[in-house]
Design a protein around this ligand. Sequence first.
Ligand SMILES: N[C@@H](CCC(=O)N[C@@H](CS)C(=O)NCC(=O)O)C(=O)O
Length: 202
Amino acid sequence: MLLRASPLSPFVRKVRMAILYLGLAERIEVVRADPMNPEDVLRHDNPLGKIPALITDDRTAVYDSRVILEYLDHVAGGGIIIPDGWPARLVVLTTQALCDGILDAAVLIVYESRHRPAEIRHPPWLDYQRGKVARGVAALAGKPPDPARFDVGTIATACALGYLDFRRQLDWRTDFPSLIPWLDAFRAAHKEFDATAPVETP
Ligand SMILES: N[C@@H](CCC(=O)N[C@@H](CS)C(=O)NCC(=O)O)C(=O)O
């Protein structure tokens, strides 16, 4: 299989963490993709032009990160990072949706400064996105998942906090200090987090 990816994407990090945990690294080649490049084959595989996109052995393109995680869980035997039973399944999927929403808003904040000239930026719209990030992290702090667990909910939580540490859209360590021991405990228990840390390459 092929994973179209970039080392800095938090959504790609979710998938890379799952690949390591599920023991699928030998079966998946990670290939660098550039969503901004119209010539990149990424747009052929995912018409939305977003990473991550997984190309299966029978050339099926699978996206987005949530669907990829579900597929990888199935490939590895099922019920490993997404519980089969309810309500546990509902809880972890909802936590993942919350963290993906934090990341969607956080990524849009980065894109505003990357793609839009300073004179046409709209601060109220940035505040609107920051509000989603802050409310989302507050919800996590109010009801954090068990950091000893490794499932799509805790994977996404760690990736969201890690991305905010990397891009600094929100100083969550000051505003929500109860999450500091949460991330420390998750890191200590799951080597997959540090193994997939964002690395800036030229
Ligand atoms: N919902 C998607 C979000 C993926 C996403 O936004 N990826 C970013 C990189 S972090 C991207 O490819 N952006 C390019 C674009 O929006 O055109 C997922 O979970 O995979």
